[in-house]
Design a protein around this ligand. Sequence first.
Ligand SMILES: Nc1ncnc2c1ncn2[C@@H]1O[C@H](COP(=O)(O)OP(=O)(O)OP(=O)(O)O)[C@@H](O)[C@H]1O
Ligand SMILES: [Mg+2]
Length: 256
Amino acid sequence: MEDLSALEKLLKSGEFLQSLQMERKTADLVFDSRTLKAIYELVSRYRVDYIDYPISSGKESIVFKAYLDGKAVAIKIYKMSTLRFSNIWKYIDGDYRFSKEHLTRSSLVYLWARKEFTNLSECRRYRINAPRPIAFHKNLLMMSYLGTSTRGAPMLKDTEVDFQKTFDQIMDSVKDLYGKAKLVHADLSEYNVLIYRAKPYLLDMAQSVSREHPAADYFLERDIKNICVFFRKKGVDCSMEDSLKYVKPPIKSGKA
Ligand SMILES: Nc1ncnc2c1ncn2[C@@H]1O[C@H](COP(=O)(O)OP(=O)(O)OP(=O)(O)O)[C@@H](O)[C@H]1O
Ligand SMILES: [Mg+2]
């Protein structure tokens, strides 16, 4: 394919990286050529102005600040090589929305990005505070950027807030996530909540599952436990049992 070889050349020439204002060193460290191509496609398709610095660099993903129509956005790039099948399969198998798909190694990573996009879209639909999803393409997810012009919003674990109020707000989000969006976050903790404009925003939702998932109750209890343990250390008097009842009210077995 002529187009593809032109693209290969462009990628190799470094011109492309220059246009993204990204250094070759950074790019080589983080990206394989498939990912570079995907970035190129995303950037051209959505007319991303440029990709700025990495906000966070983890084992399985790297998040960049970028600009789209002059506005800051975040682009999360799932690393093709380190995303572990064994770690993520349990969040796909059992979620009827995705479990029927035929998967190869790379399409699994693509599905992971699409799954996060889908889950964030559900949050948007039910007005649950989370980044606004903008697009996904292969192993990339573009979403609204939470933060100021100089720094990304801090994680809950690194902030001083009104802890009682923040706890209540998180529980409201988890309740809406369960009751309205019919999802369980499944990796909720003080690491995956950002404090933005004094409010908690849920983050990192690729692993979030439908509440029909066979392990949904287990994931929900684990989420609530993590949050309670954190807030108890901050002096909030929270009970796991009450929080669970708040999120998932017991079905009344009333007489007819
Ligand atoms: N929309 C966003 N706006 C601002 N910062 C963001 C956004 N999304 C992610 N971040 C930053 O990137 C970090 C990592 O994001 P996230 O939790 O979604 O990825 P992760 O799956 O935990 O990555 P890894 O497992 O590789 O560490 C967040 O803690 C936050 O600092
Ligand atoms: Mg995270």
